[in-house]
Design a protein around this ligand. Structure first.
Ligand SMILES: NC(=O)c1ccc[n+]([C@@H]2O[C@H](COP(=O)([O-])OP(=O)(O)OC[C@H]3O[C@@H](n4cnc5c(N)ncnc54)[C@H](OP(=O)(O)O)[C@@H]3O)[C@@H](O)[C@H]2O)c1
Length: 347
């Protein structure tokens, strides 16, 4: 503790803690970051900012006594001076502008937007046109499949919520060589409304969504190229909005190499996640959103039709935690060499 000129005692971070800041702390993912970072045993949340240099400073009522700081106007020099690393929970155009500035000042950056997810220049120009050249030291942070790259990253690009759920379901099968080539993979996914961020729209308005389910962006969602980049093959991805505040369920349908057994599928999942603290395997007890809401877990369940060489996988996670803020903290733990679960197991 130090004493200010007014005689108030203000808490100072312990020297051993890494100082972190958040830009976009007033958004849904940003507030989830505040909740996680404020109680992290190895980090000190020193600064949180909103969108504009002219934004009015404000407190976050839902997080009182979890974090009693004030969300300040956006201020790059203050972020640079007060943090060693910054989490960006911003629209992608804002991330594309801010991340290079922070990197140039020597900070590490964890970006929750899609601005730096796509390696291919043409794909980036189509889906994330605000992103110019990719900075050096970018890693795509699907934690379970990129530990080494994440550890060495300067800019961690956190995966999208739908790709996290879908890739955790598909990559073990793809890497084990169990998916039939040249067949369609169908990802039918449902997300709670917080996945769309806090700005209301016709689609996310309570009266439109309550009591209904709607498909959207079929063949045109920007998470499709992200999944195809990781899988190196096309997918048919159709997302749906469901009247939940949070949570995501992906139903994944794929063709197996003929002759593949249910035991081989189980073995592929067991081997992929033997030491993954946040992936829980439910086998043929198919998991539900309620099992993972407010946690950093992704639960996977599956059924195999051996005769028809088909597999059906259900993947559930909380879009704001494992699909955003929780995975970002998990990735930052890896970047810092901390235990992967630090600050997350109680979440
Ligand atoms: N929601 C999810 O489930 C989810 C999952 C994975 C990834 N993401 C990604 O995470 C990022 C944040 O998503 P969100 O759902 O938390 O969004 P959100 O609820 O709409 O919040 C956006 C945040 O960004 C700030 N902001 C808006 N425009 C800005 C600008 N031009 N410059 C600087 N700051 C600006 C807002 O500040 P004010 O309050 O001052 O307007 C707010 O703090 C997005 O890139 C999103 O794609 C979200």
């Amino acid at each position: 503790m130090t004493t200010t000129t007014t005689g108030e005692r203000s808490p100072q971070p312990e020297p051993s803690r890494v100082r972190v800041g958040i830009a976009g702390a007033t958004g849904y993912a940003g507030q989830e970051l505040v909740r996680l970072l404020a109680r992290h045993p190895r980090l000190a949340l020193t600064i949180a900012t909103a969108s504009q240099a002219t934004s009015t400073p404000r407190r976050l009522p839902a997080l009182a006594r979890v974090w009693d700081g004030e969300v300040r106007p956006l201020d790059v020099p203050a972020l640079t001076a007060e943090a060693d690393a910054v989490f960006l929970a911003l629209p992608e155009a804002a991330s594309a502008e801010l991340a290079p500035q922070l990197l140039a000042r020597g900070l590490r950056v964890v970006d929750l937007s899609g601005a730096f997810r796509l390696r291919d220049l043409g794909a980036r120009a189509r889906w994330y046109p605000a992103t110019g050249a990719m900075p050096d030291g970018v890693a795509y942070g699907l934690t379970e499949f990129a530990l080494e790259a994440i550890h060495d990253a300067r800019l961690l690009s956190n995966p999208g919520c739908y790709p996290t759920a879908s890739l955790l379901a598909l990559l073990p099968l793809s890497r084990a060589g169990l998916l039939a080539a040249d067949t369609d993979i169908v990802i039918d996914a449902k997300s709670g409304i917080s996945g769309a961020g806090k700005a209301p729209s016709d689609r996310t308005h309570f009266c439109e969504n309550h009591g209904s389910v709607a498909a959207y962006a079929a063949f045109g969602h920007r998470h499709t190229p992200e999944m195809e980049q990781a899988l190196q093959r096309p997918v048919t991805f159709v997302p749906h909005l469901v009247p939940l505040d949070r949570g995501l369920l992906a139903s994944v349908y794929a063709r197996l190499v003929p002759g593949t057994t249910a035991a081989q599928v189980s073995d592929a999942f067991d081997r992929a996640y033997a030491s993954a603290p946040f992936v829980r395997l439910a086998g043929d007890a198919l998991p539900e959103i309620k099992h993972v809401a407010h946690t950093n877990f992704c639960d996977l369940g599956w059924k195999v039709d051996e005769a028809g060489a088909r597999v059906f996988v259900v993947s559930v996670l909380d879009n704001l935690v494992k699909g955003a803020a929780g995975q970002a903290v998990q990735n930052f733990n890896v970047m810092c060499g901390f235990d992967e679960t630090a600050g997350l197991l109680w979440a």
